[in-house]
Design a protein around this ligand. Structure first.
Ligand SMILES: [Fe+2]
Length: 198
């Protein structure tokens, strides 16, 4: 009997370990827990949000994740999701849609995503954006300010005033290279302006 109990306990511990998720901090957000849904076990520092065949203007998003003391943070998971070239979240396995991805920072704190430039929601005045969340392994997960684009006519001073600079400020200065690929930088500061972060 005790062997059965011991084995059952072992199974329970295995299940707990396999399903462990970092707690959500920093206030409520839409689908914060979805950052874990479908997350690959093996993560690289360079990843994709949109596949190569996705219609739209190609875009490279890159950045460095820093600790509060200014040193690079390795092993941090950056999760991203966005709209497509029509400004909608194409149907996927979660409410975050199909265009989503994960990257884990390298030893120098660097991460990158290949994707397309998102379009704004049709008929609304919300600027183009890429949603970003951070997963700090064995610590916490939280959303940070979206990547926005300084050349976006919808990005008004009113919107800029609402920028909380969670994880550092999200407004980027996009440039376009000779191949027509948008180059966008979003550096991240762990825990910056995140309520409840220790
Ligand atoms: Fe959105």
């Amino acid at each position: 009997m005790s062997r059965v109990i011991t084995f059952s306990f072992f199974l329970l511990m295995c299940f707990e370990a396999a399903s462990a998720q970092e707690p959500v901090i920093g206030g409520p957000c839409q689908g914060c827990e979805l950052v874990f849904a479908g997350m690959p076990i093996e993560l690289k520092s360079s990843s994709r949000i949109a596949s190569e065949s996705e219609q739209g203007e190609p875009l490279n998003l890159r950045g460095t994740v820093y600790k509060a003391d200014g040193t690079p943070a390795s092993g941090i998971i950056v999760y991203a999701y966005q709209t497509n070239a029509k400004g909608v979240y194409p149907k996927g396995s979660t409410n975050h849609g199909r265009l989503r991805g994960w990257a884990r920072t390298d030893v120098n704190g660097k991460y990158g995503f290949k994707t397309i430039r998102p379009k704004a929601y049709p008929g609304r005045d919300i600027p183009q954006h890429i949603h970003l969340h951070i997963i700090e392994p064995n610590k916490a997960t939280y959303y940070i300010d979206d990547v926005t684009f300084s050349d976006d006519p919808l990005l008004t001073s009113e919107h800029r005033k609402k920028d909380n600079c969670r994880g550092g400020c999200g407004e980027s200065q996009p440039t376009r290279d000779e191949q027509g690929v948008w180059q966008v930088r979003r550096d991240i500061i762990l825990g910056e302006a995140i309520p409840g972060y220790e």
